[in-house]
Design a binder for this molecule. Structure first.
Ligand code: PMP
Length: 361
């Protein structure tokens, strides 16, 4: 790679050929109803807003201490020591730093498919082969099939539970057994971006395996249920050797004062999370009832988005919705185009289903 080129620049310059074939976000103008990026329509929380207002006076200061303090807060939250934590400008950036750390060139990244699309950008940037294993018939990650595809030069196995874009959840006990076994051979990256959309008693993180010293990297984000996507805060939990290797590839000071303060104030805000979870489930039900009526097949979603087969011209529908200022996404999978709709407010979902009906009628 040319000298003086930053990691971010390399990522931006990545060939998007394969990405474009699979994932259509479109170069669309700003939309009024944004159902394309799995954001929380209710965020940021009041706690985050208050913290943001208060921290403004520190905007002239580097966030050295705030970063150290935040890592300590996260470590306490996760029941580990701070050397098990990496904080980044969104979990996507931490995934990229992980890619850079693993010397992927010429090697393989393995995952289910379709999954977090950023993975394919990174596979392209790092010149790795991306081995994609189809979902099962219910659009859920097929862990047996993924395990059977591990090769000698597989350098990273990516799992996502619940998975994006399918929204599907696999029994955490099964995922844990998979991660425990597979991580004896190759490092596993467990993306848990949507875990908080599950009821608290069902939120099983792979952090337990990290605590046992397994070769597992757990990724969490403040972009989803916490409603801070615009501030860019994510973190990893992994054993200290891995954290050291990964953080070497991060920018010097990845997070700003405001982002750190908002994330810190949001962490563990159970009232805000419960409200978001409940409203999300209600609005999601409106959407799945609509899909049921249409007789469309969709992934059983445990998240704030639903992927479905529109039985027709998905891209045409996406474009017509865009003309009405409604943004969604389309995926190419098994030679068909699927749509993914993020769950907005109940009003937004009503506007979406009304517009959809008008478009296809
Ligand atoms: N992982 C998954 C599975 C995602 O869907 C997303 C965002 N769409 C991210 C990670 C990235 O989140 P962020 O970089 O905002 O933390």
């Amino acid at each position: 790679l040319p000298l003086g080129t930053t990691l971010a620049e390399r990522l931006m310059a990545a060939p998007v050929s394969e990405t474009e074939k699979i994932f259509f976000s479109g170069n669309l103008p700003p939309m009024k109803i944004r159902l394309a990026s799995n954001e929380n329509p209710y965020g940021p929380s009041d706690k985050a807003r208050a913290a943001i207002t208060q921290i403004i006076t520190e905007a002239n200061r580097y966030p050295f201490q705030a970063t150290v303090d935040f890592k300590q807060v996260l470590a306490t939250h996760e029941g580990v020591t701070p050397d098990h934590i990496a904080v980044g400008s969104g979990s996507a950036d931490l995934l990229s730093a992980t890619g850079a750390a693993f010397g992927l060139e010429g090697g393989r990244i393995l995952s289910g498919f379709p999954t977090f699309p950023m993975l394919m950008n990174y596979a392209e940037v790092f010149k790795a082969t991306w081995d994609k294993v189809d979902m099962d018939e219910n659009l859920a990650y097929d862990y047996e099939a993924v395990a059977s595809r591990i090769k000698d030069d597989t350098r990273l196995v990516f799992v996502c539970n619940p998975n994006n874009p399918t929204g599907t959840l696999v029994d955490p006990a099964k995922v844990k057994a998979f991660c425990e076994e597979v991580s004896k051979k190759v490092t596993v990256f467990s993306d848990e971006a949507y875990l908080e959309f599950l009821e608290p008693s069902k939120q099983v993180s792979m952090v337990d395996l990290v605590k046992k010293g397994a070769n597992v990297i757990v990724s969490r984000t403040f972009s989803k249920i916490y409603g801070l996507a615009g501030l860019r805060v994510g973190y990893l939990v992994a054993k200290p050797e891995l954290i050291k290797k990964i953080t070497r590839n991060q920018p010097g000071i990845p997070n700003n004062q405001i982002a750190l303060a908002a994330a810190r104030a949001s962490l563990g805000d159970t009232a805000f999370m419960e409200m978001s979870r409940k409203k999300n489930a209600e609005a999601r039900k409106h959407l799945t009832d609509f899909l049921d009526k249409k007789g469309y097949f969709y992934g059983k979603s445990h998240t704030n988005f639903v992927m479905f087969d529109p039985k027709g011209d998905a891209l045409g529908i996406l474009n017509k919705l865009a003309e009405r200022s409604i943004a969604i996404r389309a995926w190419d999978y098994k030679g068909m185009q699927w749509l993914r709709v993020s769950i907005g407010t109940s009003d937004e979902m009503r506007l979406f289903t009304k517009a959809y009906d008008e478009i296809i009628s």
